[in-house]
Design a protein around this ligand. Structure first.
Ligand code: IPM
Ligand code: MN
Length: 363
């Protein structure tokens, strides 16, 4: 595996160090040859050289097996510069059109939800279109007549490839947990093989007519998958009150951005939420959902579990199933140790958590 590592800014390098430690350990265990190349793509470089992300860097990244990213952001940069110039440029230029974000309740991780019922679902966030395309603009700036626009743009092809990916995921997951013989109600209550479209068809009538059309078309090719529709505002209720009703949620870019922060909190916070930016036909990029956390930088206190989870998603995406499963088991073991450390008021450190995971990987 030739892995490109972009540590980024803030706590990015700290969490990536632990993630790489785990990647190293698991690759040794499964004899997977591993080459890492570090890329100094970050806000600090931009502030000193003006360089964001060069075409040459994109070309080099394109030929890697995968990309591991920490976090990009700098308090001295105006909003949007690094986001558009680095993170979104990576997503768009490498056509990472799926943003897959698993949401899972680990028994040992405390969450603000009252119920201890388990849940385990995926959010498939469309990652190449919508409000993120930058279609729009301002005119008559600084006059009382100023106009500002930002458009939600989708093509049939974009929606189709995203929805098909979601159905494929539901199909795969239903093979793990058979639903056959269950009643519709039982299936609605959280068995596998279900795709929920999250939208706002009552207001965004154009864009969601397209998404609904595609859902109907794709459904014909997946007769065993059941489908469901939930408005994005109601989604925020169900994610808190009955998250176990979801299997695979598919949604447009901005809604996906928003609901996955809520989802991250329900599973224990940004410290444990990981994300995969996938191009099924090219290189993919794996990252923790959280940002650079400037207040926590350099304190050895940030939780690296989300970055370690990103490595697990990477291994699983690349087909290293045994390595991914081993890392997942080690992660769960470490999470339960962390919860007893917290219960004993001992706290934990960034490097300490990395060590817990590495030590839980059998040699
Ligand atoms: C995320 C982030 C990014 C997004 C920002 C930093 C551009 O919030 O990965 O969820 O909006 O996609
Ligand atoms: Mn976000």
């Amino acid at each position: 595996m030739n892995i490109a590592v972009i540590e980024g800014d803030g706590t990015g390098p700290e969490v990536i160090k632990e993630a790489v430690k785990c990647l190293d350990a698991v690759c040794q265990r499964f004899k997977i040859p591993l080459n890492l190349e570090y890329f100094p793509i970050n806000g600090t470089r931009y502030l000193s050289t003006g360089e964001l992300l060069s075409d040459q860097e994109i070309q080099t990244l394109r030929n890697k097996t995968a990309i591991l990213l920490g976090a990009i952001g700098h308090p001295d940069c105006p909003p949007g510069v690094l986001e558009r110039g680095i993170l979104l440029k990576l997503r768009f230029s490498l056509d990472l059109y799926i943003n897959l974000r698993p949401v899972r309740r680990y028994a040992s991780v405390s969450t603000p939800l009252k119920s201890n019922d388990p849940f385990d679902y995926l959010v498939i966030r469309e990652n190449s279109g919508g409000l993120y395309t930058g279609v729009g603009g301002r005119s008559m700036v600084n006059t009382p007549h100023e106009v500002a626009m930002e458009s939600m743009v989708y093509t049939h092809a974009q929606v189709d490839r995203c929805v098909r990916f979601a159905f494929d995921m539901a199909q795969q997951r239903s093979q793990d947990t058979p639903w056959k013989g269950l009643t519709e109600i039982e299936r609605q209550q959280g068995y596998r093989g279900k795709v929920t479209l999250c939208g706002k068809s009552n207001v965004l009538t154009h864009v969601y007519a397209l998404w609904n059309r595609v859902m109907d078309e794709v459904k014909l090719d997946y007769p065993h998958i059941i489908t469901d529709y939930v408005h994005v505002d109601a989604m925020c209720i169900y994610m808190i009150e009955c998250p176990h009703r979801f299997d695979v949620i598919v949604t447009e870019n901005m809604f996906g951005d928003i609901i996955t922060d809520l989802a991250a909190v329900t599973q224990g916070g940004m410290g444990v939420a990981s994300s995969a930016n996938i191009n099924p036909n090219g290189v993919s990029m794996f990252e923790p959902i959280g940002g650079t956390a400037p207040d926590w930088t350099g304190k050895n206190q940030i939780n690296p579990m989300a970055a370690i989870g990103a490595v697990q998603l990477m291994l699983s995406h690349l087909g290293h199933v045994d390595a991914a499963t081993t890392l997942e088991v080690a992660k769960q073991h470490a999470l339960s140790q962390m919860s007893s450390m917290l219960a004993g008021q001992m706290g934990y450190t960034t490097t300490g958590v990395g060590d817990l995971v590495v030590n839980a990987i059998p040699i």
